[in-house]
Design a binder for this molecule. Structure first.
Ligand SMILES: [Mg+2]
Ligand SMILES: [Zn+2]
Length: 275
């Protein structure tokens, strides 16, 4: 296990579109969706839309079929699998819902790569209808962040993840996202972390305009192929820096021991290759 925690946004990061829009459009309910949107928070509109679609006779299987056709760049799944194979702890932080995300990740065969999915609860009720609830129940209490929508502050999720790190772990977070909702969590990242905003998308613009507020190192990406290269490049460089540091620490321990000369002689000699 490496000390790297990779946090993925879902919509327009793992998948190439917005899952709510995709479902609504594919099930032919765009017009109603657009009518409802100005009247209540997005998350509440989605719960209402699921009720409407259920009344129209759309089933959970219809929904699953639509989700299984979701557009995704062909390099995303290999990137996820490679990051997982390199020992990274992968997590999702998304304003979609558990039902969509679980369905899509299972269909792609990468659900087991993720240790955690932080998102709005989505579940099938007794009538066979999908219910979508807010991550933070804003009817009970506000989450208090003015940057984020009432149902979810992704920054709070990052703070919760950070609170589980022991100081000696020296964990590094790599955060990937595209939307305005990914700006708040990028402000929670600390020196030594990495922020990967999708170029020309809202979070990228927000970061460009508030460059001094972000402490993490910033590495932009454009599409799935670029995401794979940038992400795996960062992981490789973090791991090799950790390895170098560990071997330096080990060698300084050797200097302290009484077999100092023996230990020093045991080090492999650098190999010189003539030009
Ligand atoms: Mg997104
Ligand atoms: Zn927030």
């Amino acid at each position: 296990m490496s000390n790297i925690v990779v946090v993925f946004d879902f919509d327009k990061t793992i998948i190439d579109i917005d899952s709510d829009n995709w479902v609504v459009d594919e099930l032919g309910a765009t017009e109603l969706f657009n009518q409802l949107l100005p009247t209540m928070p997005w998350n509440s509109v989605m719960d209402k839309m699921m009720n409407e679609l259920h009344l129209q006779g759309k089933t959970i299987e219809d929904l699953e079929q639509v989700l299984n056709r979701v557009p995704i760049h062909p390099r995303i799944v290999p990137a996820i699998k490679a990051a997982h194979a390199l020992g990274c702890d992968l997590r999702v932080v998304s304003d979609a819902n558990t039902f969509y995300i679980e369905t899509v990740l299972r269909h792609l065969g990468v659900r087991e790569c993720f240790s955690e999915i932080n998102t709005n609860p989505g579940f099938v009720d007794d009538e066979g209808k999908l219910r979508i609830l807010p991550y933070h129940d804003f009817n009970k209490a506000t989450h208090g962040c003015t940057l984020c929508p009432p149902n979810m502050c992704k920054g709070k999720v990052i703070e919760r993840i950070q609170s589980t790190f022991a100081t000696e772990d020296k964990k590094k977070i790599i955060y990937l996202g595209d939307g305005a909702g990914d700006f708040c969590p990028s402000l929670k990242l600390v020196d030594g972390d990495f922020m990967m905003p999708r170029k020309d998308f809202p979070v990228w613009e927000l970061i460009c305009n508030n460059r001094n507020l972000v402490k993490a190192e910033i590495h932009e990406w454009t599409d799935g192929e670029d995401l794979e290269q940038v992400l795996l490049g960062l992981i490789a460089s973090i791991i090799s820096a950790e390895d170098t540091k560990n071997s330096v620490e080990n060698s300084s321990q050797l200097f302290d021991c009484k077999f100092r000369t023996i230990a020093l002689e045991a080090f492999p000699k650098p190999l010189y290759v003539p030009h």
